[in-house]
Design a protein around this ligand. Structure first.
Ligand code: TRP
Length: 362
């Protein structure tokens, strides 16, 4: 395991809701950053399985399966449980408790105006029958984050509204209960005596990756995703079937801007000069068709995914599940030390320290 909970290496907290397999959009939006930051930061990666219940309360078995699968994706992509801590939300009671206190610091209408929630209500067709817990998850996310008092939260661009709300909750807590002057700069909240730092979102190099439909954000529910666990054949098929977009503009056939395959070339072909050359030749119609560009992109994506496939293969089956559960248990035990410390300090600041708590259970 990485640091002791009292370590002063700056912390990172981020997470995913287990709703299915992770895809290339997750990779460029956030996973890539997480992997890179594992050495510099004390990293906590949260399985937001409680949030999965906000829209799928009737499917607990699916949520359990998705939770285990997402850990396999994490390990496959290069999250290293010996350096980073994997945390199961439903076994960190301090998060649920902090959610209540933060719920009192955020105006109801502020939560309901959160653009990420609004987009989700539309995209998932939740109408006006979504559960009370659904908007509540945005408040819960403030607690997910602040329970670990992190400096940074690596996320895709769609999560920035949530991080902004979390920052507001942190400021308000520090102002109400730690006497921090409201004029304090965000970076100075901790040194001004605040319990909570005002954490920053860290958005990946590509905040929004277009799906294979060429129009919408890559997303499992839109059926336009290339999954990290896709086979080489599936990748070939999906990219091969992409619509290059020229016929939208027949007078301008070599336009790389409207061709989403070039978006992937930019994202996944490491050699930038090679991409420029492809673009040049494509623009000139220089004997370079869509098949050629696609082949180059397919190769680059498969090169990225191949080591992930191999690591994932080692986690298949019952042994793999057991390994994952072990990783979850070890990480969650460590995470609870940090989160309980935060909760204790928060309750102390709020005048709620009435005695030592010992909730031993077996
Ligand atoms: N809402 C995030 C998503 O759907 C997942 C999440 C839950 C999260 N808690 C978090 C992300 C805390 C960052 C920090 O992707």
């Amino acid at each position: 395991m990485s640091d002791s909970p009292t370590s002063h290496r700056p912390r990172i907290l981020t997470g995913d809701t287990p709703t299915g397999r992770l895809h290339l959009g997750h990779y460029v939006g956030s996973l890539e950053n997480r992997i890179e930051l594992q050495d510099k930061y004390d990293c906590y990666f949260l399985l937001a399985n409680m949030h999965a219940f906000t829209t799928r309360a009737d499917a607990p078995q699916d949520i359990r399966t998705d939770t285990i699968e997402i850990v396999k994706d994490w390990l496959a992509v290069g999250i290293d449980p010996d350096r980073s801590t994997i945390v199961l939300q439903t076994e960190v009671p301090a998060i649920a408790e902090l959610t209540w206190y933060f719920a009192m610091l955020l105006p109801f209408n502020r939560v309901m105006r959160n653009p990420t929630l609004k987009t989700e209500i539309e995209a998932k067709d939740l109408g006006d029958t979504y559960s009370f817990g659904f908007p509540m998850y945005a408040v819960g996310q403030c607690a997910d984050i602040l329970a670990f008092r992190p400096e940074l939260v690596p996320v895709g661009v769609d999560q920035v509204a949530h991080i902004e709300m979390c920052r507001e909750a942190a400021r308000r807590f520090d102002q109400f209960y730690c006497n921090v002057n409201p004029k304090t700069e965000d970076d100075d909240y901790a040194s001004a005596g605040g319990l909570f730092p005002v954490p920053k979102a860290l958005v990946g190099r590509i905040g929004r990756l277009v799906g294979t439909d060429g129009d919408n954000k890559m997303s499992k529910s839109l059926n336009n995703a290339i999954f990290l666990s896709d086979t080489a054949k599936q990748v070939k098929k999906k990219i091969g079937a992409m619509y290059p977009g020229q016929s939208r503009n027949p007078d301008d056939p070599g336009n790389v801007e409207i061709n989403p395959v070039f978006g992937y070339a930019d994202a996944f072909i490491k050699d930038a000069a090679a991409v420029d050359e492809l673009k040049d030749r494509y623009r000139r119609g220089d004997n370079l068709g869509d098949g050629h560009v696609k082949a180059a992109v397919i190769e680059a994506v498969n090169e990225l995914l191949e080591p992930m496939r191999q690591r994932r293969a080692a986690l298949e089956g019952k042994d793999g599940d057991e390994r994952v559960i072990e990783v979850i248990r070890t990480g969650t035990a460590k995470a609870n030390l940090v989160a309980e410390e935060t909760l204790h300090l928060a309750k102390q600041a709020m005048g709620l320290d009435f005695g030592a708590r010992n909730l031993a259970w077996r």
